[in-house]
Write a protein that binds this ligand. Sequence first.
Ligand code: ZN
Length: 303
Amino acid sequence: MAITYSSQDLYDELVRHKLIIPVGVPGAFGRGAVFEDVLARFNDLVTRLAKNDGAEVMAFPPILDRQVFEKSEYLDSFPQLAGTVFSFYGTDLQHKELSQRIHDKKPWEDLQKMTGVVLTPAACYPVYPSFTGTVPAEGRLVDMQNWVFRHEPSPEPTRMQAFRVREFVRVGSPDAVIDWRNMWLARGVELLSSLGLPAKSDVAADPFFGRGGRMLAASQKEQKLKFEVLVPVISEDKPTAVCSFNYHQEHFGKIFEINTPDGAIAQTACLGFGMERVVMALFRTHGFVPTEWPKHVREQLWP
Ligand code: ZN
């Protein structure tokens, strides 16, 4: 059976099968029970695959300390994607004004001020401050699943404003970090291929902002700092990144004062599965009814 690759068709099918629930805002739909089941099963499969890696499991809320965010230099690269949390700090009088303006459908943003938190811009950001100091000789490995915010409203179902990332972060010596990244690059492609997804890896670049950003992206590609595992979901020619690998070199080590026992600045790398995208790739490839998926795929997800 030929697969239709189209953004609108994928969206319509996901809605029709009650896999996602529109909420009115582009890129911010609800998820139905079957969608969530597939997501949880894939998550379990990743856990089984990584069970002997010795990762520490951590969980963070979908917000990040604004000071950590500022230190991370995210706004230097991706101002267009960030989400800063604002709230009301005013008096009774200003509260009356706020209510009045909202009822009158007038602008009210000047009556709110920035809080001490931002929405988590990338799944791994909350973890770096916890590495400050000297890491053990073998480094550390952390396993997380976090909600991430990206300000890029779009009708395209794979481009979400909020989504979950199953992420592993490795910190240690350059060799340890690169070996680990390479091991997972092969493992990630193998995992997705084993689920019948036509996955392949490629060098990639982040969506850096503006004219200066184009140079940053070119340099990132040249240095092979970012890889993605791609699967056709809404297009065959432009497959969707379902897993992303970032090698930060000393970026976070310098900012958060993380060292290896020999006194060098520790390096970091991370890899993240875009959970909703993996689920959508499965639905697109195998159809929208999981009970009808190929046996070898079902056996892996529902062992
Ligand atoms: Zn990361």
